[in-house]
Design a protein around this ligand. Structure first.
Ligand code: FAD
Ligand code: NAD
Length: 465
């Protein structure tokens, strides 16, 4: 069978790339080793975690906030089996949607493991048959798997990764989370809202350590209210399954041994690129020390005509980054001149309130020696926030000291995941803080905090504080 392009992996990078290739007239095939399409994102990542975050948020509001609105719930109950079943149904509907899109765009789907025979031949093996696909171009979009360090190997029973946690049909009593990054805080939030004690053990001196420092501080306050406990500057050494629970041994900042005991341990210390079984050695494609497929500025590997995108290459491990790279590569193969600005890829943490950011942090600008001015505005000063009782959070706008160009926007706020798009759009068009401040924002909304922070960044001009 002959194709113009073969895409290996059907996550958001791979399936979006395949659609764009087909739209541009290429005869396209996609290979996926699992029976459902959609990759990590749809099956065991973005979609199932958000389904559980929404369910647990409803439970938390019903148990903690409804009474303040004057709504009584006589006896609240929790059916975890149903919560997981609803999540599974959301996942399966979303995966079916990808299958529909493949059919609609005449993309041939192969189930099996894709591996290189040579630069223009990819083999699909499904345990029974082997099919050889001849292709002009290949896109590797094989994604990532949970990472762990020696001593914390997941046993998938009590020592689990996000994949097992998304199927857990019980509320933990004491959940130990290794890693205060995105997965630890999102899945920890699900359990905390349902009543679990959550202990986060984090190696760095704060949670979400790559994001804005003030956002970390604010989110720490929020999560402590939800019942989280944090141990910072603490490095996990060993995790043991004791039968009915787990024992986590770590070294604190003074190199003193500390022990945490719980019923489950979630290992959330990052993800690693997945290249097993691809036969990269058959084509001479190089992998970096971190396991990432090496690419040039046009996402092409050392072998011409073979591209790599998404979690399997350098950069943020985010679904929308993978999607943009998929479109970029498709358009490049069609001799177009696509453009991708990595500085403008927003990041979101789906706690409640949410954390969202785009562009540079103050720490990054200081390190780069760029002079800037920053303006912040607290969410609690908004009428909208008081009406809904979501008063935690703040928005920060950072602008260049001389030109006033917006360089970064960082926020903790209800609905921040959606609010951040105003900042992304503004920065795409190289707006100044003054531009953002002069745009009329609807009242009452959370977006007024962005306007006020922009006013604060252009001088001491915030109106409502
Ligand atoms: P993947 O989605 O990992 O897909 C790769 C696919 O390739 C897989 O289906 C795999 O089976 C297949 N494959 C691998 N090798 C082969 C082979 N040899 N042959 C055939 N098929 C193969 N990102 C966000 O932006 N927002 C979020 O809210 C978010 N939440 C997340 C929550 C969790 C719990 C996790 C784990 C991740 C989350 N992410 C989120 C990250 C996001 O899921 C990834 O960044 C994204 O899925 C990467 O897309 P990808 O296409 O590169 O790879
Ligand atoms: P992460 O990189 O966000 O966080 C891992 C944390 O573990 C870091 O804070 C790190 O300091 C800490 N750590 C590492 N080793 C440790 C040790 N020995 N002891 C204690 N702490 C240790 O990784 P993650 O949370 O596993 O998420 C993986 C990827 O998935 C991320 O890159 C993220 O982009 C993606 N993801 C995104 C979303 C989202 O966009 N909302 C949600 C979930 C996952």
């Amino acid at each position: 069978m002959n194709f113009d392009v073969v895409v290996i992996g059907s996550g958001p990078g791979g399936y979006v790339c395949a659609i764009r290739c087909a739209q541009l007239g290429m005869k396209t095939a996609i290979i996926e080793k699992y029976p459902t399409l959609g990759g990590t994102c749809l099956n065991v990542g973005c979609i199932p975690s958000k389904a559980l975050l929404d369910s647990s948020e409803h439970f938390h509001n019903a148990s903690h906030n409804f009474d303040k609105h004057g709504i009584g719930t006589s006896k609240l109950s929790l059916d975890m089996k149903q919560m997981i079943a609803r999540k599974n149904s959301v996942v399966s509907q979303t995966c079916d949607g990808v299958k529909y899109l493949m059919d609609k765009n005449n993309i041939t789907v192969f189930e099996g493991v894709g591996s290189f025979v040579d630069k223009n031949k990819v083999k699909v093996s499904n345990g029974k048959d082997e099919t050889i696909l001849e292709t002009k171009n290949t896109v590797i979009a094989t994604g990532s798997k949970p990472n762990y360090f020696p001593g914390m190997e997941p046993d998938k029973d009590r020592i689990i990764t996000s994949t097992e946690m998304l199927d857990l049909e019980e509320v933990c009593q004491n959940l130990i989370v290794i890693g205060g990054g995105v997965i630890g805080l999102e899945l920890g939030s699900v359990q905390a809202r349902l009543g679990a004690n959550v202990q986060v053990v984090e190696f760095a001196d704060r949670i979400i350590p790559t994001m804005d420092k003030d956002c970390s501080k604010e989110l720490t306050k929020v999560l402590k209210k939800e019942g989280f406990k944090f141990s910072f500057k603490t490095k996990v050494q060993k995790v043991e399954n004791t039968g009915k629970g787990v024992k986590v041994t770590a070294l604190d900042k003074n190199d003193k041994e500390v022990v945490f005991e719980g019923d489950y341990c979630l290992v959330a210390v990052g993800r690693k690129p997945y290249t097993e079984g691809l036969g990269l050695e058959n084509v001479g494609i190089k992998v970096s020390d971190r396991g990432q497929i090496e690419i040039n500025d046009h996402l092409e590997t050392s072998v011409p005509g073979v591209y790599a995108i998404g979690d399997v290459v350098k950069g943020a491990m985010l679904a929308h980054k993978a999607e943009e790279e998929g479109v970029y590569v498709a358009e490049l193969m069609a001799d177009q001149k696509p453009h991708l600005d990595y500085n403008l890829i927003p990041g979101v943490v789906y706690t409640w309130p949410e954390v969202a950011a785009v562009g540079k942090t103050e720490e990054e600008l200081k390190e780069a020696g760029v002079s800037y001015k920053a303006g912040s505005f607290p969410v609690k000063a908004l009428g909208r926030a008081r009406a809904s009782m979501d008063i935690m959070g703040m928005v920060k706008v950072i602008a260049h000291a001389e030109t006033d160009e917006v360089l970064g926007v960082h926020m903790v706020s209800a609905r921040a995941a959606d609010m951040i798009m105003e900042a992304v759009t503004a920065m795409e068009y190289r707006a100044s803080a003054e531009d953002m401040a002069r745009i009329c924002h609807p009242h009452p909304t959370y977006t007024e905090a962005t306007k006020e922070a922009a006013l604060a960044a252009t001088g001491d001009r915030a109106l409502h504080i």
